[in-house]
Structures are given as C-alpha cells and as structure tokens.
Design a protein around this ligand. Structure first.
Ligand code: CA
Length: 413
C-alpha cells in the first residue's frame, strides 16, 4: 500500500495523520451543533450533508453507534464511497462545499460508550509493576500467561480528548492502617493504552476470529490512575475509585480497514494458550506511540516512545476471552488494552514505571522533575501506523490536570 491521493491537497502531504488511506470517523461541532464527520488532511467532511448513498438515518444522530450497528457491509460501503468522493475530481464540485477546517471545529465523543472494560495485557508493564511490588521472582501473577486479565470499568468515566481532568480525592492509607485519610491523590498517573471499539453485538462465546471481525476501530486511550488510592483499595477485588476519575480517548475512530496493512502477530507464547484464545492470524497492529508531558506554561517533553505491537494479547483475544463466560457484548463496548510499555526504560507507558515507583524522578526539558503528575500538567498521547510515504494517525489524546476541587464541609474531619 502506498499513499492514496486525494483532491484535498493537505491529505497528500505525507506527514498528515489523515491521508485518504485513513478516513477516521468523529463527531464535530463547527458552530452548527454536533455532526458526524470524516477527517481528510486538515479538513472534516460533513457526513450529514454529503451524498454518501447510505440511509440518512445512520447520520441523523451525532454518534457512530448506528453505523457500527449496521454491520460490516455498511462499513465497507461507506469507506468505498468516501474513497471515491475524495479521490475523483468529478465529485469535487459537489463535495468541496461540505468540507470544514479542523482548526475551527471542537471534537466531541465519537460514539456512545455502552460499557468499558480495561485489560492488563502488556507483558512489559505487568513485569515492571510486578517487580516493583512483588520482586522480580514473582513479577507475573500465576494466571498472567494464560488469561488476558481485565476488570469492568465505568462507561460514564470515558471523556474525549481536551476534557480537563481534576485531580481526584480518595481514601488513602494513613500512617496506621486503622487511620486512612481522604486526600487528593499525590500519585496521579497516566496509562498509555489503545482502545478497541466493539462494533457488533454478541451473545454467548465467540472465537478469536469472530471477535476480530466484531471490532470496528481503535482510539488512543489514557487510563488516568491514582496509584495511592489504588494501593489501598485494590485487594482483593481490583481497581475501583483509583481508575474512575476519567479515561480520555482520542476523538477519531481509526477503522480496522485503515489499519489492515499494519497487522502483526502477537509475540511468541511463553506458555501454550487454551484453544479458545489462539489467534488464527496476525491480529495486533504496528502502531508507533508516544507520550508528551508539558508543565503549565512550559514546553513539552516526550517522556515515552513505544509501540502497540508490544502487547502480549490482541484486542481480539481480549474480546474472545470477555465472552467466554457467556457475557454479552454491545455495540459501543470499549476495551482498553492495558498499559503499553516497551522493554527500554524510555518506552514505559506510565509514570509509575518511568519513575520506578517514584524513586527515580524524570527530568523534563524545562529542567523540572516529575515522579507523578502535577497540577497544570498537560499530557498528550499520539500514535500512528507508518507506511511508505503516509501515516495512519490517530490525532491527539490530551488532557490537562486541574487542582483537586474543594472538599465539601460534610466530608471534612
Ligand atoms: Ca489501565
């Protein structure tokens, strides 16, 4: 695959996140209310206005759930029609009036998140965290090489890029276990993840191949995490309030069709998987990822560079496992991959790992240091699959940390 050329000049730059090869889907507001759109170069094509030849009802409500529910034939028909409209000069006169500059549009949630599950499927991350808390000998829990571990999160906590993130209050361990405190999190962190969006429903158990076909697309995902709240609350039922403040996603859904040329296999198995979790083909993707941290008013430092292909389990394997109990999946289900860390110290996907539990502060380009996030810090995740002369980018997944809100009087001691 090489760069597909569009009559939208900015789509052919080779450096844009959004060439014709990509065609990611979002919801934007350029002053006329929320509308569904597709990104092309530095423009957005308004899909409620253009002649796409599909049922207008699919684009009547500003959310991609209806298109997802319509199924893979509609997904393919829309992509083929948009490719035709944006490449063939014959359509330019009728389509161009419905382009709007991205610079003048606010991006909104691209779909209604019906359910949200977060996994823990990156081996380097699991080994790093396990080494910190249990020692290198017992770094991986005994189940880890057999199960993509996950927990059920909160759909209500998922927000779109640009939404400010207030530092959470929470119950943390005190000097004595009988004396916990309610305090603003002092160890507030990011987690660099990818989110897979389930585009077709299921009942009963599905195979890994079926699960792969159910996934509509991917977004970047930052699973904000309060480490001090988590450390006190998580045993034995796992994370709860430590992960419930916010989870930020990038605003454009990059479809599996756009990512198709970038499929890669998961790493070699260190322990054979049960048959229901075996992949019939490559189901992971080669997507370069990075994290930028900018202190308030200061320049950004890239604090981590890694790749989605570092995952031990693909989203298809996670989804297949999710249905193994008979758990029904819905259109709009969001699956977080788990933190994506590489093997090098500068490829770790959380500050917990980058600062090794707060013991080794990072030095930013501004000269400031960080163990965990400070008020005013702006975090930006970026990602792209890189082909010859083009990139399938995701746009930014950004959020700024606000100071903790004032505690209401009834919550004070
Ligand atoms: Ca996570």
């Amino acid at each position: 695959m090489t760069l597909l050329r569009s009559w939208v000049a900015s789509a052919n730059s080779g450096t844009t996140d959004f060439p014709l090869n990509n065609l990611p889907y979002g919801v934007f507001d350029a002053g006329a209310g929320p509308r569904m759109g597709v990104a092309i170069g530095d423009q957005i094509l308004d899909l409620a206005a253009v002649d796409h030849r599909l049922d207008p009802e699919l684009f009547a409500h500003p959310s991609w759930n209806a298109v997802m529910a319509a199924g893979p034939k509609v997904w393919a028909a829309l992509r083929a029609r948009l490719t035709e409209l944006l490449s063939d000069e014959a359509h330019r006169a009728s389509v161009e009036p419905h382009l709007l500059p991205q610079a003048g549009a606010a991006m909104l949630m691209p779909f209604t998140v019906t359910e949200y599950t977060d996994f823990y499927a990156g081996k380097n991350h699991a080994v790093n965290v396990g080494t910190m808390f249990r020692g290198a000998e017992n770094a991986l829990p005994p189940n880890w090489l057999s199960i993509p571990i996950g927990y059920n999160g909160r759909a209500s906590s998922v927000v779109v890029s640009g939404t400010p993130v207030p530092r959470p209050w929470g119950q943390v361990k005190g000097p004595d276990e009988a004396l916990p405190r309610l305090a603003p999190s002092a160890r507030f962190d990011l987690e660099l993840e990818m989110g897979a969006i389930v585009g077709q429903p299921s009942t009963g158990m599905v195979s890994v191949a079926e699960a792969d076909a159910m996934i509509f697309g991917y977004v970047l995902l930052n699973d904000w995490s309060a480490r001090d709240i988590q450390a006190w609350e998580y045993q034995p039922l796992g994370p709860f309030q430590s992960k419930a403040t916010a989870t930020t996603i990038s605003p454009w859904i990059v479809t599996t069709a756009a990512l198709e040329p970038f499929r890669v296999s998961t790493p070699d198995r260190e322990r054979p998987l049960l048959p229901y979790l075996r992949e019939p083909g490559p189901m992971l993707y080669d997507i370069a990822l990075e994290v930028g941290l900018a202190p308030e008013g200061g320049a950004e430092t890239v604090i981590s560079r890694t790749n989605y292909r570092e995952m031990y389990y693909s989203a298809a394997q996670q989804l297949a496992h999710h249905t193994s109990s008979g758990c029904a999946m819905r259109v709009g289900d969001l699956l977080g991959s788990g933190t994506i860390s590489g093997t090098r110290p500068d490829s770790r996907g959380s500050l917990l790992e980058l600062s090794w539990g707060g013991k080794e502060p990072l030095t930013l380009d501004t000269g400031e240091t960080r163990t965990f996030l400070q008020d005013g810090d702006r975090l930006t995740l970026r990602g792209a699959a890189e082909g010859p002369g083009y990139r399938i980018g995701f746009g930014n997944c950004a959020g700024q940390i606000l100071p903790a809100a004032d505690l209401p009087a009834w919550a004070k001691e």
